[in-house]
Design a protein around this ligand. Sequence first.
Ligand code: FES
Ligand code: FES
Length: 212
Amino acid sequence: MDSDKELAISRRGILAGTAISAAAAATSTLPNSAAAARAGANSAMPIMLKVNGQSRPLSLDTRTTLLDALREHLHLTGTKKGCDHGQCGACTVLVNGRRINSCLSLAIMHDGDEITTIEGLGTPDKLHPMQAAFVKHDGYQCGYCTPGQICSAVAVLEEIARGVPSHVQEDLTAAPRATNLEMRERMSGNICRCGAYSNIAEAMAEVAGVAG
Ligand code: FES
Ligand code: FES
């Protein structure tokens, strides 16, 4: 890689990191749901979330994150809280088909949005293809990061199919392909402390139809 390219990539990395840190700083001052509840009902607001195909009316403190709304109010504990600062990806869910870190987003920003959590992707009797591939390829050890990894992996393959470019794409005018490098780059926001990365990549390759 030439030095101009390296410089451009490192600039993008710094800008992306700065944006994430700023967002994390903004939401890290948010109280958790227990503290929010103690703050009283004055700031409560009615919203409707469409979660896993069901309308779920809620009255929430306006400072409640989407992650806390899912876990603490709707008791959908499949979505995990890792860092609560937008740095690990454990809280990844799909909102209107796009992945987001739910710890960095306020629930009231999603009134009427379609939210899919790991509980809505498949069932124990009828796994989503990505869930089945994670099982087949041992794409997890402790499993804590796995719901976020699977939601992210599903979104990554959709991003590639839609032609969304990435930082490692050599030719931005060409359609991206589900290569190992592309998938690893796009999954880089999902940390696995158990180091199951190779197995996750194998699972994704199988679902993408590019398994060796
Ligand atoms: Fe949201 Fe870590 S818990 S990114
Ligand atoms: Fe343990 Fe990823 S499977 S953190």
